[in-house]
Design a protein. Structure first.
Length: 312
Protein backbone atom coordinates (compact mmCIF):
# COMPACT_ATOMS: atom_id res chain seq x y z
CA UNK A 1 0.00 0.00 0.00
CA UNK A 2 1.77 3.09 -1.25
CA UNK A 3 4.40 2.85 -4.01
CA UNK A 4 6.31 6.07 -3.58
CA UNK A 5 10.08 6.11 -3.07
CA UNK A 6 10.23 3.21 -0.60
CA UNK A 7 7.01 1.43 -1.53
CA UNK A 8 8.32 0.83 -5.03
CA UNK A 9 11.25 -1.09 -3.56
CA UNK A 10 8.84 -3.21 -1.52
CA UNK A 11 6.97 -4.14 -4.69
CA UNK A 12 10.21 -5.02 -6.46
CA UNK A 13 11.33 -7.34 -3.65
CA UNK A 14 7.98 -9.14 -3.42
CA UNK A 15 8.03 -9.66 -7.19
CA UNK A 16 11.36 -11.50 -6.82
CA UNK A 17 10.03 -14.02 -4.28
CA UNK A 18 8.96 -17.40 -5.62
CA UNK A 19 6.69 -17.99 -2.63
CA UNK A 20 4.77 -14.74 -3.17
CA UNK A 21 2.00 -13.94 -5.63
CA UNK A 22 2.07 -10.15 -5.97
CA UNK A 23 -1.65 -9.47 -6.49
CA UNK A 24 -1.31 -5.72 -6.94
CA UNK A 25 0.02 -2.36 -5.84
CA UNK A 26 -2.02 0.52 -4.43
CA UNK A 27 -1.34 4.23 -4.56
CA UNK A 28 -3.46 7.39 -4.52
CA UNK A 29 -1.68 8.44 -7.71
CA UNK A 30 -3.07 6.40 -10.65
CA UNK A 31 0.00 7.19 -12.75
CA UNK A 32 2.44 6.06 -10.06
CA UNK A 33 0.44 2.90 -9.37
CA UNK A 34 0.35 2.07 -13.10
CA UNK A 35 4.07 2.70 -13.53
CA UNK A 36 5.10 0.44 -10.65
CA UNK A 37 2.53 -2.23 -11.54
CA UNK A 38 3.89 -2.38 -15.08
CA UNK A 39 7.45 -2.57 -13.77
CA UNK A 40 6.77 -5.56 -11.48
CA UNK A 41 4.14 -7.29 -13.59
CA UNK A 42 1.01 -6.89 -11.48
CA UNK A 43 -2.24 -4.91 -11.31
CA UNK A 44 -2.64 -1.29 -10.18
CA UNK A 45 -5.22 -0.01 -7.71
CA UNK A 46 -6.00 3.38 -6.22
CA UNK A 47 -8.50 2.23 -3.56
CA UNK A 48 -7.43 -0.10 -0.76
CA UNK A 49 -10.95 -1.54 -0.52
CA UNK A 50 -10.68 -2.88 -4.07
CA UNK A 51 -7.81 -5.19 -3.16
CA UNK A 52 -8.15 -5.86 0.59
CA UNK A 53 -10.40 -8.89 0.09
CA UNK A 54 -8.05 -10.46 -2.46
CA UNK A 55 -4.83 -10.62 -0.43
CA UNK A 56 -3.35 -12.37 2.61
CA UNK A 57 -0.62 -9.87 3.48
CA UNK A 58 0.47 -6.34 2.64
CA UNK A 59 3.22 -3.79 3.15
CA UNK A 60 1.97 -0.42 4.37
CA UNK A 61 4.36 2.19 2.99
CA UNK A 62 2.31 5.36 3.29
CA UNK A 63 3.02 8.52 5.33
CA UNK A 64 3.05 7.75 9.05
CA UNK A 65 -0.13 9.75 9.68
CA UNK A 66 -2.02 7.19 7.58
CA UNK A 67 -0.55 4.00 9.12
CA UNK A 68 -3.34 3.61 11.66
CA UNK A 69 -6.18 4.14 9.18
CA UNK A 70 -4.76 1.85 6.47
CA UNK A 71 -3.73 -0.94 8.84
CA UNK A 72 -7.18 -0.94 10.48
CA UNK A 73 -8.82 -1.46 7.11
CA UNK A 74 -6.46 -4.30 6.28
CA UNK A 75 -6.90 -5.97 9.66
CA UNK A 76 -10.69 -5.80 9.23
CA UNK A 77 -10.23 -7.91 6.08
CA UNK A 78 -7.93 -10.41 7.82
CA UNK A 79 -4.76 -9.13 6.15
CA UNK A 80 -1.34 -9.48 7.81
CA UNK A 81 0.56 -6.18 7.86
CA UNK A 82 4.13 -5.06 7.48
CA UNK A 83 4.15 -1.40 8.63
CA UNK A 84 7.06 0.84 7.83
CA UNK A 85 8.48 2.62 10.87
CA UNK A 86 7.37 4.33 12.99
CA UNK A 87 4.42 2.08 13.73
CA UNK A 88 2.05 5.06 14.09
CA UNK A 89 1.90 8.68 15.17
CA UNK A 90 0.69 8.01 18.75
CA UNK A 91 1.07 5.29 21.35
CA UNK A 92 -2.73 5.00 21.50
CA UNK A 93 -2.88 4.21 17.79
CA UNK A 94 -0.11 1.64 18.21
CA UNK A 95 -1.97 -0.01 21.10
CA UNK A 96 -5.12 -0.30 19.01
CA UNK A 97 -3.28 -1.86 16.08
CA UNK A 98 -1.50 -4.34 18.35
CA UNK A 99 -4.81 -5.28 19.96
CA UNK A 100 -6.57 -5.72 16.60
CA UNK A 101 -3.79 -7.92 15.26
CA UNK A 102 -3.85 -10.13 18.36
CA UNK A 103 -7.63 -10.50 18.34
CA UNK A 104 -7.58 -11.76 14.76
CA UNK A 105 -4.34 -13.73 15.09
CA UNK A 106 -2.64 -11.60 12.44
CA UNK A 107 1.02 -10.73 11.99
CA UNK A 108 1.98 -7.13 12.69
CA UNK A 109 5.61 -6.48 11.83
CA UNK A 110 7.25 -3.05 11.94
CA UNK A 111 9.86 -1.99 9.40
CA UNK A 112 12.91 -1.27 11.51
CA UNK A 113 15.22 -2.25 8.66
CA UNK A 114 18.50 -2.02 10.58
CA UNK A 115 17.61 -5.14 12.55
CA UNK A 116 18.40 -7.01 9.32
CA UNK A 117 21.78 -5.35 8.92
CA UNK A 118 24.50 -8.02 9.35
CA UNK A 119 26.56 -5.60 11.47
CA UNK A 120 23.64 -5.27 13.91
CA UNK A 121 23.29 -9.05 13.99
CA UNK A 122 26.85 -9.14 15.34
CA UNK A 123 25.80 -6.77 18.13
CA UNK A 124 22.86 -9.02 18.97
CA UNK A 125 25.18 -12.02 19.21
CA UNK A 126 28.02 -10.37 21.14
CA UNK A 127 26.42 -7.86 23.50
CA UNK A 128 25.72 -9.36 26.92
CA UNK A 129 26.09 -6.65 29.61
CA UNK A 130 26.29 -3.22 27.95
CA UNK A 131 27.57 -0.42 30.18
CA UNK A 132 27.93 2.47 27.72
CA UNK A 133 26.46 2.92 24.23
CA UNK A 134 27.15 5.63 21.70
CA UNK A 135 25.13 5.93 18.48
CA UNK A 136 25.45 8.37 15.58
CA UNK A 137 22.96 8.44 12.71
CA UNK A 138 23.78 11.35 10.43
CA UNK A 139 22.67 12.04 6.87
CA UNK A 140 22.56 14.84 4.33
CA UNK A 141 19.33 16.73 3.83
CA UNK A 142 16.77 15.01 1.60
CA UNK A 143 13.47 16.61 0.74
CA UNK A 144 11.39 13.62 1.83
CA UNK A 145 10.25 12.12 5.13
CA UNK A 146 9.98 15.68 6.43
CA UNK A 147 6.48 14.96 7.73
CA UNK A 148 8.24 13.79 10.91
CA UNK A 149 11.17 15.15 12.92
CA UNK A 150 14.64 13.62 12.97
CA UNK A 151 13.91 11.57 16.11
CA UNK A 152 11.02 9.75 14.45
CA UNK A 153 12.77 9.71 11.08
CA UNK A 154 16.29 8.54 11.98
CA UNK A 155 16.99 8.19 15.70
CA UNK A 156 14.12 5.74 16.18
CA UNK A 157 16.19 3.08 14.38
CA UNK A 158 18.86 3.21 17.09
CA UNK A 159 16.29 3.53 19.88
CA UNK A 160 14.65 0.27 18.82
CA UNK A 161 18.02 -1.51 18.62
CA UNK A 162 19.18 -0.24 22.00
CA UNK A 163 15.91 -1.16 23.71
CA UNK A 164 16.34 -4.68 22.35
CA UNK A 165 19.91 -4.90 23.67
CA UNK A 166 19.48 -3.33 27.13
CA UNK A 167 17.26 -5.44 29.33
CA UNK A 168 16.39 -2.75 31.87
CA UNK A 169 13.77 -0.05 32.42
CA UNK A 170 14.69 3.55 31.70
CA UNK A 171 15.56 5.76 34.66
CA UNK A 172 16.19 9.13 33.02
CA UNK A 173 15.95 10.86 29.63
CA UNK A 174 17.82 14.04 28.71
CA UNK A 175 17.40 15.50 25.25
CA UNK A 176 18.11 18.59 23.14
CA UNK A 177 17.34 19.39 19.52
CA UNK A 178 16.64 22.22 17.11
CA UNK A 179 14.93 22.83 13.76
CA UNK A 180 17.34 24.07 11.08
CA UNK A 181 16.14 23.43 7.51
CA UNK A 182 12.54 22.42 8.25
CA UNK A 183 9.93 23.50 10.79
CA UNK A 184 10.58 20.25 12.67
CA UNK A 185 13.65 19.24 14.70
CA UNK A 186 16.46 18.36 12.27
CA UNK A 187 19.28 17.56 14.71
CA UNK A 188 18.91 16.01 18.16
CA UNK A 189 20.92 14.45 20.96
CA UNK A 190 19.64 12.36 23.83
CA UNK A 191 21.17 10.64 26.83
CA UNK A 192 19.34 7.61 28.19
CA UNK A 193 20.15 6.29 31.65
CA UNK A 194 18.84 2.83 32.47
CA UNK A 195 18.12 1.45 35.93
CA UNK A 196 20.85 -1.20 35.58
CA UNK A 197 23.46 1.57 35.17
CA UNK A 198 23.84 1.44 31.39
CA UNK A 199 24.04 4.83 29.67
CA UNK A 200 23.33 5.47 25.99
CA UNK A 201 24.18 8.65 24.13
CA UNK A 202 22.51 9.12 20.73
CA UNK A 203 22.87 11.79 18.07
CA UNK A 204 20.72 12.03 14.95
CA UNK A 205 20.99 14.62 12.18
CA UNK A 206 19.52 14.98 8.71
CA UNK A 207 21.53 18.10 7.88
CA UNK A 208 25.07 16.68 7.95
CA UNK A 209 27.63 16.87 5.17
CA UNK A 210 28.67 13.25 5.64
CA UNK A 211 26.57 10.17 6.29
CA UNK A 212 27.22 8.06 9.37
CA UNK A 213 25.27 5.18 10.89
CA UNK A 214 27.32 3.73 13.71
CA UNK A 215 26.68 2.16 17.11
CA UNK A 216 29.49 1.50 19.61
CA UNK A 217 28.94 -0.58 22.74
CA UNK A 218 31.26 -1.08 25.72
CA UNK A 219 30.85 -3.94 28.17
CA UNK A 220 33.17 -5.82 30.56
CA UNK A 221 35.99 -7.29 28.49
CA UNK A 222 34.72 -6.13 25.12
CA UNK A 223 34.15 -3.24 22.74
CA UNK A 224 31.73 -3.91 19.89
CA UNK A 225 31.13 -1.51 17.02
CA UNK A 226 28.60 -1.76 14.18
CA UNK A 227 28.96 0.46 11.13
CA UNK A 228 25.53 0.13 9.55
CA UNK A 229 26.38 2.23 6.50
CA UNK A 230 29.53 0.27 5.61
CA UNK A 231 28.11 -2.98 7.00
CA UNK A 232 31.23 -3.58 9.05
CA UNK A 233 31.58 -4.89 12.58
CA UNK A 234 34.50 -4.65 14.99
CA UNK A 235 34.75 -6.79 18.11
CA UNK A 236 37.65 -6.16 20.50
CA UNK A 237 37.87 -8.58 23.44
CA UNK A 238 40.14 -9.30 26.35
CA UNK A 239 39.96 -12.10 28.92
CA UNK A 240 39.66 -10.15 32.18
CA UNK A 241 40.21 -13.26 34.28
CA UNK A 242 43.59 -14.11 32.74
CA UNK A 243 45.63 -11.29 34.23
CA UNK A 244 46.69 -7.76 33.24
CA UNK A 245 48.97 -8.83 30.36
CA UNK A 246 46.26 -10.66 28.44
CA UNK A 247 46.38 -9.79 24.76
CA UNK A 248 43.60 -7.70 23.25
CA UNK A 249 41.96 -9.48 20.32
CA UNK A 250 40.40 -7.34 17.57
CA UNK A 251 38.13 -8.95 14.98
CA UNK A 252 37.05 -6.81 12.02
CA UNK A 253 34.50 -8.10 9.51
CA UNK A 254 33.00 -6.60 6.38
CA UNK A 255 29.60 -8.05 5.53
CA UNK A 256 28.82 -7.90 1.82
CA UNK A 257 26.23 -9.29 -0.54
CA UNK A 258 23.19 -8.75 1.66
CA UNK A 259 19.85 -7.22 0.62
CA UNK A 260 18.41 -5.98 3.89
CA UNK A 261 14.99 -5.02 2.53
CA UNK A 262 14.60 -8.37 0.80
CA UNK A 263 15.61 -10.15 4.02
CA UNK A 264 13.14 -8.07 6.03
CA UNK A 265 10.23 -8.75 3.69
CA UNK A 266 11.15 -12.41 3.35
CA UNK A 267 11.11 -12.63 7.16
CA UNK A 268 7.63 -11.07 7.14
CA UNK A 269 6.43 -13.61 4.55
CA UNK A 270 7.85 -16.46 6.62
CA UNK A 271 6.06 -15.09 9.70
CA UNK A 272 2.79 -15.01 7.75
CA UNK A 273 3.44 -18.61 6.71
CA UNK A 274 3.93 -19.56 10.37
CA UNK A 275 7.57 -20.49 9.87
CA UNK A 276 9.05 -17.91 12.27
CA UNK A 277 8.14 -15.04 14.57
CA UNK A 278 8.46 -11.41 13.44
CA UNK A 279 11.87 -9.98 14.28
CA UNK A 280 10.34 -6.58 15.10
CA UNK A 281 6.88 -7.03 16.59
CA UNK A 282 4.19 -4.43 17.10
CA UNK A 283 5.21 -4.28 20.74
CA UNK A 284 8.83 -3.54 19.79
CA UNK A 285 7.70 -0.81 17.43
CA UNK A 286 5.48 0.64 20.16
CA UNK A 287 8.35 0.79 22.68
CA UNK A 288 10.55 2.60 20.18
CA UNK A 289 7.73 5.01 19.31
CA UNK A 290 6.96 5.80 22.96
CA UNK A 291 10.60 6.51 23.72
CA UNK A 292 10.91 8.70 20.61
CA UNK A 293 7.84 10.68 21.64
CA UNK A 294 9.18 11.05 25.21
CA UNK A 295 12.46 12.36 23.79
CA UNK A 296 10.59 14.80 21.58
CA UNK A 297 8.59 16.05 24.57
CA UNK A 298 11.81 16.89 26.41
CA UNK A 299 13.24 18.57 23.32
CA UNK A 300 10.12 20.73 23.01
CA UNK A 301 10.36 21.69 26.69
CA UNK A 302 13.86 22.95 26.04
CA UNK A 303 12.87 24.81 22.88
CA UNK A 304 9.94 26.48 24.65
CA UNK A 305 12.22 27.59 27.46
CA UNK A 306 14.69 28.96 24.90
CA UNK A 307 11.93 30.93 23.16
CA UNK A 308 10.84 32.39 26.47
CA UNK A 309 14.39 33.49 27.28
CA UNK A 310 14.82 35.05 23.84
CA UNK A 311 11.45 36.77 24.20
CA UNK A 312 12.48 38.24 27.51
Amino acid sequence: MGVGYLGRFHAQKYAQMESVDLVGVVDVSPERAQDVAKEVGTDAYTDIHEIAGKIDAASVVVPTIHHHEVAKILFSHGVHCMLEKPISTTVEEADELISLAKKQDLILQVGHLERFNPAIKVLEAKVKHPLFIEAHRLSGFKDRATDVDVVLDLMIHDLEIILALVNSPLKEIRAVGVPVLTPKVDIANTRLIFENGCTANLTASRISLQDMRRIRIFQPGAYISADCAERKSLVVTRDLSAGPMTAIKPELKTHKGTDMLYDELESFVRAVQGLEKPKVTGESGRRALKLALDINARIMQGLNTLKLEIGN
